[in-house]
Design a protein around this ligand. Structure first.
Ligand code: GLC
Length: 716
């Protein structure tokens, strides 16, 4: 084992010769060999890392997974999985985020940098034992010391590098469905948003825009003049976001297929010929995203669509999802034939059904193909979790070639730690279940801890039918998530914000308008999280260590000033909220009507009507709002509104940039630092404008601890 100091308080322990994942951006330097602190290592058949948990230890992290923010009691497997039924017993979803934090008697973080299968048994088998089992003996183990959860997370975020930044319009509301099949239907969606006066920035193209599900093609029948169509929709105020799938259809004369074959860019089977699996188009080959030449080739193909005016994409089925292979089909058919005219019993009958159910995403298939990594053949199973990551990296690297300073929207279904530098993620095929609003709420801070800031769930739920109430409550939460997209599956009830009765449409309109009005705050907090390598969503424990805050999982901190407590139960019109300190409650019905109430520290049962969104502004903090517009580019920031809750002094930094380019990395951004100080019975407002040329006036609603409101306006 070799040991490296990566940064102060972060050590890397190298076992064997691991495959490079590029998860970490800092190299550090080698130090004297020493054993990893905290963990006991058992190096027998497989490698086991063990930790004895104290009674009150909590375990956080693991990104996209089931269960709570505190993962204790669960068992999880890092193995990117295409599984559309996210029931609580599922051990893997689409992402593999092997970072966890033990918070209790001792505090430390652990990152297992290994791209194959890793099991995390967090007190499931034995109540007080944490056991991490790794399939291989070649890996990097990182141990991170820190005095608090936030400090450990911040160190981890430092070593994995800064997050991807999407264009600002990607913070607007986005509408998706599988599928808006043709130009006419897409046009209809755009017109409905206009008709109902609901803000929206993008409309999605799911798999049916393609010709026979072939990547980088557009159906001529359904979109006869695609380039002009993209332009027309943009003139109406919307961007179109097409899907790109991992599998490339096997079809002669299809250029992507032909080029992939000619240049040996596809993954291969044992015999060296391109590996064949089936997905949407039937038989496909998988581009070898682990091969940098193939990555470059595929990434540049996005130009086919960017040349038509497309500025954003979502990468899908990149675990990679496999419907079936010839191996699976022939084994299954063989079994059917053997079963013919047999008296099937409990075992043989279920064996028969299993051989069909097990056709998709089968381990045997994942073990039977190979990647060319710098000339070395590597079995897919060993690097499984890097596949979607590198598809998204291919796209991001392609965008750099296509237009180096333009920010494109890109997010992925499968991911691994480190991919957050190239794109965002959505959390895959959830259901229109109330439980999934809560799961979404718990996943967001866990994803942030693993670096994924630009993320969000299918609002309203993907599978199953949603009623208006569910879509409203979910939207009332999602308005805070950086990726804010309503998406649903084929065959389900329509759930666009205008798809319901007129009262519901009115509520959804106000909810989405609040998102646009709050964008100055949301964007500032997002960009500060990127810059400071911090989280955007946090559990209360990040800021408050009292006995209740430690365990609250249904309220979240959003950026530095806000706490939210969404409703996630059907028919609920009130809920319990724990306030770790006095806070200013604003139940938003419409963002331009401010009804503000000071709430004491303690337990509260708060009425929250179906049209109300409770915002809790923390003590000595403020939020900044503008006015809504029907898309992000139309937002104007001449006049801003500040709502502040001030005991003695509050300071806020309002960040802005051009929203389109990477110039902010060279310092082309502005900041307005707002400082409110209470002096006697009045407030002194100090505004330091650092380069903002847009804001001309700020209106203040300053609330003191007794609820008195002072209104002020300041010219900038
Ligand atoms: C997968 C995706 C989903 C998409 C569907 C069709 O299930 O997760 O979002 O709509 O494929 O492309």
């Amino acid at each position: 084992m070799r040991v490296y100091e990566i940064m102060d308080g972060v050590k890397k322990y190298r076992f064997g010769s691991p495959i490079s994942t590029d998860a970490i951006v800092l190299e550090g330097y080698e130090i004297d060999n020493e054993k990893p602190r905290y963990l006991t290592i058992e190096n027998n058949k497989d490698l086991k890392l063990k930790y004895k948990m104290a009674v009150k230890d909590q375990v956080f992290g693991l990104g996209e997974n089931q269960k709570g923010i505190n993962k204790r009691g669960g068992v999880f497997e890092a193995y990117c999985s295409d599984d559309a039924v996210h029931t609580p017993d599922k051990k893997s979803l689409y992402g593999a985020h092997n970072f966890l934090i033990i918070h209790g008697a001792q505090k430390f973080g652990v990152f297992i940098d290994y791209p194959g299968r890793v099991k995390f048994d967090i007190g499931f088998t034995h109540r007080d034992e944490l056991e991490i089992i790794i399939d291989d003996k070649n890996l990097d183990l990182y141990i991170i010391d820190g005095d608090s959860l936030r400090e450990i997370v911040n160190k981890f975020l430092k070593i994995i590098g800064k997050s991807y930044v999407p264009p600002k319009w990607a913070f607007g509301f986005q509408q998706c469905r599988w599928s808006y099949v043709d130009a006419e239907e897409v046009e209809g969606v755009a017109d409905s948003f206009i008709k109902y006066d609901i803000p929206c920035d993008s409309i999605y193209l799911d798999i049916d825009y393609m010709e026979d599900f072939k990547d980088f093609t557009v159906s001529k029948e359904r979109f006869p003049d695609f380039k002009n169509f993209v332009k027309g929709i943009k003139n109406k105020g919307f961007r179109l976001i097409p899907i790109i799938d991992a599998g490339v259809k096997i079809e002669e004369d299809y250029d992507i297929y032909e080029e992939g074959i000619e240049n040996e860019y596809f993954c291969v089977g044992k015999d060296g010929s391109p590996f064949v699996a089936a997905v949407w188009p039937g038989k496909v080959h998988f581009p070898d995203f682990l091969n940098k030449d193939a990555r470059k080739w595929f990434g540049y193909k996005y130009k086919v669509l960017t040349d038509c005016g497309i500025e954003g994409f979502w990468n899908d089925m990149n675990e990679p999802a496999i419907f079936y292979t010839e191996r699976g089909i022939s084994e299954a058919i063989g079994f059917v034939e053997k079963s013919k005219n047999k008296n099937l019993n409990i075992y043989s009958f279920f064996q028969l059904t299993d051989c069909f159910e097990g056709l998709s995403n089968n381990d045997k298939d994942y073990k039977s193909f190979y990647h060319n990594m710098n000339g070395k053949l590597v079995n897919h199973d060993r690097i499984h979790n890097l596949y979607g990551y590198n598809m998204t990296r291919a796209a991001a690297e392609g965008f750099k070639e296509i237009d180096s300073n333009k920010r494109f929207l890109i997010f992925s279904r499968a991911s691994y730690v480190g991919m957050h530098r190239y794109g965002g993620i959505w959390t895959g095929d959830n259901h229109s279940w109330w439980e999934h609003i809560l799961l979404n709420m718990k996943m967001m801070p866990s994803l942030n801890m693993c670096g994924f800031l630009y993320s969000g769930a299918d609002t309203g739920g993907f599978s199953g039918d949603a009623n208006a109430q569910l879509v409203i409550r979910w939207t009332q939460f999602s308005l805070f998530t950086p990726l804010f997209r309503n998406h649903s599956a084929m065959g389900t009830r329509k759930q666009e914000p205008y798809a319901f009765d007129i009262e519901s449409v009115d509520i959804l309109r106000e909810t989405i308008r609040l998102r646009y009005a709050l964008l100055p705050y949301i964007y500032s907090e997002y960009m500060k999280a990127v810059r400071e390598q911090d989280v955007y969503f946090a559990p209360l424990l990040f800021e408050y260590e009292d006995k209740y805050s430690k365990h609250v999982e249904n309220q979240l901190l959003v950026g530095g000033s806000l706490m939210i407590a969404p409703i996630y139960e059907e028919n609920a019109l009130a809920r319990h909220v724990w306030l770790p300190e006095e806070m200013l409650l604003w139940k938003v019905v419409s963002y331009d009507e401010r009804v503000l109430e000071v709430m004491d520290r303690g337990h509260h049962f708060i009425d929250i009507d179906i049209n109300e969104i409770p915002l809790f502004i923390r003590k000595n903090k403020m939020i900044i709002l503008g006015n809504h517009a029907n898309n992000v580019e139309k937002l104007e920031t001449l006049e801003m509104n500040i709502v502040a809750f001030v005991d003695n002094r509050a300071t806020y930094t309002y960040y802005d940039d051009d929203g389109m380019t990477y110039d902010f990395k060279q310092g082309a951004y502005s900041e307005i630092i707002i400082d409110i100080e209470k002096i006697d019975e009045d407030y002194k407002i100090n505004i330091h404008n650092n380069g903002n040329k847009h804001v001309k006036k700020m209106n203040f609603d300053i609330v003191d601890m007794s609820g008195n409101i002072t209104k002020k306006s300041v010219k900038i």
